[in-house]
Write a protein that binds this ligand. Structure first.
Ligand code: SAH
Length: 273
């Protein structure tokens, strides 16, 4: 994944991401244009590289955020309801990246390791008025920082006030169970096989945590960096790859290894150190 999309302003950064085909959908471009990275990234916000945000955390590089959103987009954008009767209700708008229909409610997206809150905000721009995004952070100061960063813009304030986006403190390896929407509950006569249409994990996992897979809706998709298998404990330094984990409408899981990355690890929270 090339780090070649630096810009001189937010609009220029997004233009570079677009030029380099890292952002390909107009709706995704609009969401990135709507969120000024400078409000989330204290230094060199328009450089295409990760930056420190304190507490041993980094805001990921813009091209990584773009890759994550582009991969998750069919499960982030609300299902398309065409105005004309020719098309089937709930049919996805393929050109705009709309994904499979999944019931009447808006999309629910979980952003694990929300850090700066930047991606949480971008995702909230995309889920639509009835969707929700929850950012999970195990460092309370970072959960507060994500929220404070969103409060720097009127649009961010409105998203927080509407409840479309929320930051919570917890161990993201266990996902997040929303009150009143537990896995296993019935919804419109359908078994609710999970909570989240899309799960983004912003720190690397030692394994594909089953609890996260369980919390994925059917259909749903997770974008997660996972440490490479060390080939049986050889002691050699391992790399990481992004995995896209899909759960289809019948609950069948498929995993796709995408590309090599370097993320900070998902760790025990500060309270357990
Ligand atoms: N998406 C964020 C990435 C922040 S870096 C951004 O671009 O700003 C990874 C984040 O994961 C850090 O903020 C770190 O505190 C958090 N993290 C690490 N282990 C975690 C865990 N077990 N549960 C929740 N968050 C965790």
């Amino acid at each position: 994944m090339a780090w070649r999309s630096s810009g001189t302003s937010n609009a220029d950064l997004v233009a570079q991401l677009w030029r380099n085909n890292l952002i390909t959908l107009p709706r995704v471009r609009d969401a990135f244009l709507a969120v000024d990275r400078a409000q989330y990234c204290p230094r060199a916000p328009y450089q295409d590289s990760p930056q420190s945000i304190g507490y041993a955390a980094t805001i990921s590089a813009p091209h990584m955020h773009a890759a994550a959103v582009e991969k998750l987009i069919p499960f982030v954008i609300p299902p398309f309801s065409p105005p004309d009767a020719d098309k089937k209700k709930g049919e996805p708008d393929k050109e705009e990246g709309g994904g499979p229909a999944s019931g009447a409610r808006g999309r629910w997206v979980l952003d694990i390791g929300s850090g700066s809150g930047y991606l949480t905000h971008v995702l909230a721009e995309l889920v639509g008025p009835t969707g929700r995004v929850v950012g999970v952070e195990h460092v309370p100061e970072l959960a507060a920082m994500g929220e404070a960063n969103m409060q720097k813009s009127a649009a961010g304030c409105a998203l927080l006030e509407s409840g479309r986006v929320r930051f919570v403190v917890g161990d993201g390896r266990k996902g997040w169970a929303e009150a009143g929407a537990g896995a296993g509950e019935e919804e419109e006569g359908e078994p609710n096989r999970g909570l989240w249409d899309a799960i983004h994990v912003g720190a690397s996992a030692v394994t594909l945590h089953q609890e996260l897979v369980d919390q994925l809706r059917a259909p749903g998709r997770m974008f997660i960096p996972v440490d490479d298998d060390d080939g049986g404990g050889s002691g050699q330094k391992r790399g990481q790859h992004i995995w896209a984990v899909d759960k289809d409408a019948n609950g069948k899981i498929t995993k796709e290894r995408l590309f090599a990355v370097r993320y900070v690890p998902l760790t025990d929270g500060p309270q357990r150190r």
